[in-house]
Ligand binder design. Sequence first.
Ligand SMILES: *Cc1c(COP(=O)(O)O)cnc(C)c1O
Length: 485
Amino acid sequence: MRKKLAELEKLSRLLEPGENTRRDMLGQVANYAESFLARLPNSKTYVKDEGRKGFPEPHFEDEPAEMAELIEFLRREVDTTGISPGSGGQLGYIPGGGLYPSALGDYLADISNRYSGLSFSGPGSARMEGVLVEWMCELAGYPQSAAGDLTSGGSIATLSALVTARDAHGISSGVIPDSCVYLTGQAHHCIDKALHVAGLADARKRIVAMDDRYRMVVAELERMISEDRARGLKPWLAVASAGTTDTGAVDPIPEIAAIAGQHGLWFHLDAAYGGFFLLCEEGRERLAGFSLADSIVIDPHKGLSLPYGSGAVLVRDGQLLARSHAYYADYMQDAKQPGHGPGVDFSPSEYSMELTRPFRGPRMWLPLKLFGLRPFKASLSEKIWLARYFYDEVSRLDGFETGPYPDLSIATFRYCPKDGDANAFNQALLAAVHADGKVFITSTMIGDVFTLRLAVLNFRTHRDTIDYLLNLLQEKARELEGGAL
Ligand SMILES: *Cc1c(COP(=O)(O)O)cnc(C)c1O
């Protein structure tokens, strides 16, 4: 048996390379990262993929490969086609980030693999996440009683929020068919997903009308709630957006909060995209009433330019979040000591669906500390002004028309061709922008109108990117008008 163990040990020790090998590996990774970042400003943001060619079979073999070879594979097969989310030219969907210190934070978190779920096992790591949650609660204007959780993203955070709302309002199986949820047609589809996963698919979804700026019409909300109550139904949840994904519209938050409060509804605020604009004055003006929400979803991987995998849920009455995510297991009896609040011995797993979880603290904590808040505030303010700048400039271009003035940093627009089908024209215009690839924008349907949209949020987006897009749009529209369609 000893001989057997010695043989196995020799092989399994290959999983722990020595210091020189590690330094060499890290050097190669750092070199690649530097060459990637050096190329980034001049690279395309979007490159169409030509279909699967790499990834030869068998995928994994017993024999080791060389680091250099693997980095080259990554460059060729992963970092080349599709959208480059870290590029300042990423003006589609909701841009992500990729702050450099976040990568270092992940590196450090992964080296120690500190567990942050329970304060017993990772007091410092749990505390660091607690501090980040507290900071976001303060930013939201929440009271001390609030709690939250760092999640993998906004969709999962929404699930946590809606499960908390469901439990707080006693929406159990018998009540679901008579329970009513209010939202606009511009609410993010993660609300639907979360309702479905939370067993609430049979709740009655009330689509509240919007005004011409795609904001919820509060009088309609009130009318629908009153009607539903009069019919003996149970209105329990109102969802508002602090920046919709499509058009960036901010619903009238204080008014919705007032009606939700008056009628005893849970008020959920989806601020996945818009929440961190609270850091700048222009954003704060738009986001008044934020603290009135019962639950909030906010995405650091959007507004803070963190790498993907960083969302957050905040709940005004933190105990309700804990109640919906509490658990007990005999095998954890040493680790779980009940009755902890956030801040003091905060245990994230008691507020979360997750038990074993990545230590998400350092990727957020490190850049916030290292840079200080000032550049984040300036960057978010800059994004709002860039959207306004684009809006003003594009509306001056021949043939272009704009949607509503941006509430935050998303603008919609389209080209009105002299003749022919406008939808087909804008589709072709978008295809031309994608074929160029330097910047990436997307489209949406507003009713049956094919609409182009620009979302400015990446920390690397500055005026030169917007100017490039404006020139490109003008040039391609002219070409298409010239009969290239
Ligand atoms: C991105 C987004 C979501 C979903 O968040 P993920 O982090 O992508 O899961 C929800 N709501 C809005 C308004 C968003 O922009």
